[in-house]
Design a binder for this molecule. Structure first.
Ligand SMILES: *Cc1c(COP(=O)(O)O)cnc(C)c1O
Length: 398
């Protein structure tokens, strides 16, 4: 069954928390770090305190809870079908997950290089050997499987259920970095994930103007432990970021499906370009300039029968990659585009183009990552077309 990302939940999911805010239709930015202490008499009568950290009637200190962040987490919990907690960045959330699971071994292969660097920091903090193994190696009890899907930078999907079964057989846990596929594209809990990680900086934030991270777990007990750790790690999402994120979530269901549909159109079009022989043209673009396109929509069923279509029930990812014919072309390409902004990151309303080597030293020097925004898809296609046409005149070293 297709989970519809509910616009009603996105707009009204925090309504019960809005009542006490003085009648403003939009939330106010709450900058107070500290909150008026309760009258002991009120506490005794139970009139104000309810002890529920997810739904506090009053706040104490903003490292624990504050009004706008609590509202944002309510919405994130509802749309992710679990208990969500926010962090100061995606990598702060990654670190919190490592502290929470305390793995002795982590199975991870490829994906966002920053998560690998965070795992290195965790290794240092433990002062013991942390073993990092390949996703497809044999697992032992207590392993943490860290699966990113769709995968940065190519946007290819990996089989969540396969890794869930594999790691659960030895009593380990499965974390899914689902940054590339926010709701409604994919719901990792349906395929056995224990924890979902998002860089909220990307699609949830959606406007390239806030840093945040999100962890979602299935049990309130786990959420409470994560909340305790976060309070004392201090990796809290800031006041302005909380407000910006809440504001952005109101339109998640309008942005992401549109970005997904446009990306799919463009990936298919670019794939047709990649399949055009040198000396021929496709839709005005000469064959040979694009060597390869990666996108989950182009991914065949794998040998184990994994069909990404079932996992990505709400549409394909809106960030994907192409391979140009030379590194000189890849260096020039971002600067030949008019609407795509040459910049790293992804998920915003504005389309971005990145020569991936510039931020990931391990990347193929010919690889270009595209993050599709909410512009008109025909304008984006025309922009790609004119830039690919110009590449013919950029000299490549032989
Ligand atoms: C950006 C990103 C992160 C890190 O998030 P920040 O908010 O930049 O800390 C983690 N995983 C993936 C897949 C990302 O794209």
């Amino acid at each position: 069954m297709v989970n519809k990302l509910s616009g009603t939940v996105l707009i009204h999911g925090d309504g019960h928390l809005a009542k006490s805010s003085g009648g403003g239709v939009a939330p106010s930015i709450s900058v107070s770090t500290t909150f008026r202490a309760l009258n002991p008499e009120d506490i005794v009568t139970g009139a104000v305190a309810n002890g529920d950290l997810r739904n506090p009637l009053t706040h104490v200190y903003s490292r624990y809870t504050q009004p706008v962040r609590t509202r944002t987490e309510q919405i994130l919990s509802r749309i992710n079908d679990g208990y969500a907690l926010t962090y100061s960045s995606g990598l702060a959330a990654s670190y919190a997950a490592l502290i929470f699971y305390q793995p002795k071994r982590i199975a991870i292969t490829g994906g966002y290089h920053g998560c690998h660097a965070t795992i290195e920091v965790y290794r240092k903090s433990r002062g013991v050997n942390l073993e990092v193994i390949d996703l497809d190696a044999a697992y032992k009890p207590g392993d943490l499987c860290w699966l990113e899907t769709p995968l940065n930078p190519t946007g290819e999907a990996r089989d969540i259920q396969h890794y869930a079964d594999k790691v659960h057989k030895v009593g380990g846990k499965l974390l899914i970095d689902s940054t590339f596929a926010p709701p409604p594209l994919q719901y990792p809990f349906k395929f056995g994930a224990d924890c979902i990680l998002h860089s909220g900086t990307k699609y949830f934030g959606g406007h390239s103007d806030l840093l945040s991270g999100v962890l979602v777990v299935k049990a309130l007990d786990d959420w409470t432990k994560l909340h305790h750790d976060r309070t004392f790690l201090g990796s809290i999402m800031g006041s302005l970021e909380s407000w910006l994120l809440l504001r952005s979530l109101r339109t998640l269901h309008l942005r992401v499906p549109r970005q997904s549909a446009s990306a799919t159109t463009l990936a298919q079009w670019l794939d047709a370009v990649a399949n055009t022989l040198v000396g021929h043209t496709f839709d005005g673009v000469p064959g040979g300039v694009v060597s390869k396109v990666w996108h989950s929509s182009l991914q065949p069923r794998d040998a184990c029968g994994f069909d990404p279509r079932q996992q990505m029930e709400g549409g394909w990812n809106a960030t994907f990659a192409i391979l140009l014919s030379s590194s000189e072309h890849a260096t020039q390409f971002p600067h030949l585009l008019q609407y795509f902004v040459p910049a790293t990151s992804l998920g915003g309303v504005e389309s971005l183009v990145e020569h991936r080597l510039q931020s990931d030293p391990g990347a193929d020097p010919r690889l270009i990552r595209l993050s599709i925004g909410v512009e008109e898809v025909e304008d984006l296609k025309a922009d790609l077309r004119q830039a690919l046409q110009k590449l013919q005149h950029v000299k490549s070293k032989l």
